[in-house]
Design a protein around this ligand. Sequence first.
Ligand code: GLU
Ligand code: MG
Length: 451
Amino acid sequence: MSASDTAAVQRHLERLAAQGIDVVRVTYPDLIGTERARDVLLDHLPAAAGHGLAFCRAVYHTSPRGDVVPVTGGLDAGLPDIRVRPDLDTLTPLPWEPGVAACLGEVTDPVTGQPAPESPRDLLRTVVDRCRAHGLHPVVGPELEYFLCDPDPDTPGGWRRYSEATGAVYTAGLRADPGNHLLRTLRLLRDLGIGASGGNHEFDGSQFEINLTHGDALAAADRAFRFKSAVKELARKEGRLATFMAKPFNEAGGSGFHLHLSATDDTGTNTFADPSAPYGLSATARHAVAGVLAHAPALAALANPTVNSYKRFGPDTLAPWLIDWGLDNRSAMVRIPPERASGARLELRLGDASANPYLLIAGTIAAALLGILAGEEPPTPLEGYGYDTARSALLPATLPAALDALEEDTELTGVLGKDFTASYLTYKRDEVARFRRHVTDWEFTEYAYHL
Ligand code: GLU
Ligand code: MG
């Protein structure tokens, strides 16, 4: 570390100590966007900032159940290290954990000194830089839904929905939220400083939506990542489970991760607006829509990353089913919200809540950029409430189909990079293989008695 870096760390240390902080939690996203972290005692912060914290690179390749998937650079390489240095500019006290401040970590491969190949944050940086080289600065607004659950040993999964309220979409207050979960969560999120703007109860009982303000793509991904971790942590503190799984319950709809996207030019003007152009959308915006439609099957592999994700899709779900777009039309995969001028943007409704924010945003921006560079027009937009398979193609129906589409989409993987794509496909195909071998409750219920 240079002398000025050492002085800066010292200033942070003194400021934190004055605030009563004695632990710094250094966090970063793994391949599926869940939080990996280490709690560092304040006195050891200078060492962490200098040398970096060592983690095993296979943390990126570890399944939710804890198995290390044989991704190149992990098991085969003898489980080497990655180094994680706290980014002290992102320090923020955790409002629910007195004495603890959290910050994001910058991940490098100590052998190359470069970012780790599987680091989703660095992948997003690369894609944003690509846009910047074309004079475009992506602006992203994340919208996430989740279900809240209470423990229940009598249910197969051990959790039941927190409330069975029906008809409570777009409500706030005790009507569908008897424990005031939303109010408490919103206030803590405000104090965390991640740009939460508001929230409401969603369509199904126990389902909530909280919106984050729009902004620079990497910062928006960081905020969405911190948001998901915070909501899960806050629920755990109350003995509850907040799940961003795509479709946790048979008798309820899924949870979306809708993404609002536009791009400013070097002067900060929204390049998606043009009042004199078709639909009030600039050529850049229309080409971006065409790109997202063209690459949708591959994008699904990132936006809908689990076996469960594909159970959220379908007609009459408010989740998409077909690869289409429409003007202020919630049955379309890409909705153009009614605002124009500085508010002109697209809303991609494809992603589900389980998506890694960095990968969803990187993939969407990459698809939009490819469309802008190709200069193609999208088909005429969907009109009315439509799920007409004669008019638009279907999204992939399963995770393996989406992974195949990703592998075949060499234009998109060209932007995402060969190493990242290979790691991601290996990791996700392992998940598919494990699921294929697993006998589900449905199979037993359907067959055991009658056959
Ligand atoms: N829950 C729906 C989804 O899975 C979205 C509902 C809404 O329009 O907000 O995408
Ligand atoms: Mg919603």
